[in-house]
Design a protein around this ligand. Structure first.
Ligand SMILES: O=C(O)CCCC[C@@H]1SC[C@@H]2NC(=O)N[C@@H]21
Length: 342
């Protein structure tokens, strides 16, 4: 069976206090979130995490507080990426919003400018230690609060090496597919990264590789931590479901320039927020009675480890080779077999 194809459409101390302030705001918002009714209705799809109505997290006054202090911390896996990070900071040309939107102030910090790379809410050290890629995820931009990670990578595509990723604790202009808003509270893993491709016939299939890498990363992380497997499945074309509820979504957008497709891939995965749908850690807690077992750092590193392998196979051998694996993660089918990527 073949897939139906759908087109894709400073000073160290000052810096540390900015991080601490933003983190405190994020924590405060999380507290509010937990203690207020989760108002997730939707624009037009049944996305559990897509919402048209302002929630406490995307409401003007409070979010403006974060938005006026938008910071990005640049983490590199090696000295090579650190050097790139320094160049990006010196050039100081990063954009946060698209053409029609007002440009917001953005403060770029290097990891050497914050007290400890473990002090922010995203723990970059375990992430970098677990990352085993040659390209994807090696330059990581982290922010406590951003309009959208997708905008950061797509609007600044050429300023980063291919494979650069941006992760945020919260987004206040999170984008879903179509005109949907992706509600982006603390506890949801939200990241975007860049990919470049030359063969336009393959570009529409990339979203399947992005989705597949996510289910593989979840499986591998559960396996590595000795946790039971959670049955996260791909609902075509690119949603992730757990026990009949949407827990994740994929957004891929592309532009064509200099004979290359510049693709921004965005992933939202509900790890910890158990309302209004479900979360991976809630499912694990039901099975094991232990809470918060999957961290964003674990899944993100496993994601890029998995994506890089799958992407290589996809580029050089085609999606056909991945189909069996893909269908095994599909909500709509059940296929038994083994696929080796070695
Ligand atoms: O199901 C969908 O509609 C796709 C949702 C994609 C959401 C992710 S969260 C990280 C990245 N940044 C965004 O603004 N959107 C994507």
């Amino acid at each position: 069976m073949r897939l139906a194809i759908r087109h894709l459409p400073s000073t160290p101390n000052a810096a540390a206090s900015v991080v601490a302030a933003a983190t405190a705001v994020a924590a405060f918002l999380f507290f509010r979130r937990r203690h207020s009714r989760y108002s997730s209705t939707k624009h037009s799809s049944t996305t559990g995490l897509s919402a048209p109505t302002p929630s406490p997290l995307i409401d003007g006054a409070v979010m403006k507080d974060i938005s006026s202090h938008s910071i990005l911390v640049l983490f590199g896996k090696s000295s090579q990426e650190d050097q790139i990070a320094r160049t990006i900071k010196v050039k100081d040309t990063l954009r946060l919003f698209g053409e029609d939107d007002e440009q917001e102030e953005i403060r770029v910090l290097l990891m050497s400018e914050i007290d400890s790379i473990d002090s922010p809410t995203f723990r970059a050290k375990p992430y970098m230690d677990a990352l085993a890629t040659d390209r994807f995820g090696r330059l990581l931009l982290w922010s406590p609060g951003l309009p959208s990670t997708h905008d950061v990578v797509s609007k600044n595509f050429c300023k980063f090496p291919v494979g650069t990723a941006c992760v945020a604790d919260v987004q206040y202009k999170g984008r879903g597919r179509g005109k949907n808003v992706w509600e982006s509270p603390v506890g949801c893993l939200m990241f975007s990264f860049t990919v470049q491709m030359e063969d336009g016939r393959k570009v529409p299939l990339l979203q399947y590789v992005v989705s597949l890498a996510l289910t593989e990363a979840i499986k591998e992380t559960c396996h590595a931590k000795g946790l039971p497997q959670i049955d996260v499945r791909i609902k075509w074309p690119n949603d992730l479901y757990l026990n009949g509820l949407k827990v994740g979504g994929i957004l891929c957008t592309s532009t064509y320039t200099s004979k290359k497709f510049n693709i921004s891939a965005g992933v939202g995965l509900n790890l910890d927020n158990d309302k209004p749908t479900s979360s991976l850690n809630a499912a694990l807690q039901e099975m094991t009675s232990v809470s918060h077992q999957l961290g964003r750092e674990d899944i993100l590193a496993a994601y890029f480890n998995s994506f890089e392998k799958l992407f290589e196979v996809f580029l050089h051998q085609g999606f056909e080779v991945l189909e069996e694996l893909y269908y095994r993660s599909w909500l709509h089918s059940c296929i038994v077999g083994t696929v080796s990527l070695e």
